[in-house]
Design a protein around this ligand. Structure first.
Ligand SMILES: Nc1nc2c(c(=O)[nH]1)N=C([C@H](O)[C@H](O)COP(=O)(O)OP(=O)(O)OP(=O)(O)O)CN2
Length: 163
């Protein structure tokens, strides 16, 4: 018996965030502070509604834009990284990794509850926020949600969630 599936996908020039970060890797390594022009693509799978929509592109783009804007032009810091210490001191954030230290204005940082600011975990972070909003505000739970994060042209990671 044949089955049919529908997918909607949005990836627009404004679903981008230009943000600072560094990643720890291999246990004892930490990148130098740098930034990327990240681009997000959001994909949903599910059945069609009475309007023959899986989910409205416009609504999906608007949610995606708001979520990516929350990261745009901020220094992204992972609060669950066991090697990166983050302390809020008045209006500043003090960050350290071994003998390296950075101080940022708190207002120019976004503290993310993730282990590392990899494209993989940024995709997961955005996907979880998106799922919450889809369910709470739009009473919609897709069968599948994918968020692809392109760190730079030609290299991306995708997080996939299934019902
Ligand atoms: N699977 C992942 N691998 C890597 C990630 C990641 O998020 N997921 N991130 C990085 C770094 O952030 C790093 O900055 C990327 O480095 P690089 O590929 O060298 O960056 P460029 O865009 O300058 O690449 P070129 O191909 O040299 O232009 C590393 N790995």
């Amino acid at each position: 018996m044949a089955t049919e599936r529908y997918t909607v996908r949005v990836t627009k020039d404004y679903l981008v965030f230009c943000s600072g970060h560094f990643i720890t890797y291999d246990g004892d390594q930490c990148e130098r502070l740098h930034g990327h022009n990240y681009r997000a693509a959001i994909e949903l799978e599910g059945p069609l509604d009475p309007s023959y929509y899986l989910f409205d592109f416009v609504t999906l783009k608007n949610i995606g834009r708001r979520l990516t804007d929350e990261l745009d032009h901020f220094m992204m810091l992972p609060t669950r990284n066991p090697h990166i210490k983050i302390k809020e001191v008045g209006p500043q954030v003090h960050v350290s990794y071994k003998d390296r230290e950075w101080v940022f204005p708190r207002s120019e940082c976004v503290l993310l509850p993730i282990e590392n600011t990899t494209a993989e975990l940024l995709g997961r972070y955005l996907a979880v926020k998106l799922l919450e909003e889809l369910e709470q505000k739009h009473h919609f739970v897709p069968d599948v949600l994918r968020v692809e994060i392109e760190e730079s042209f030609g290299q991306s990671a995708t997080y996939e969630w299934r019902k």
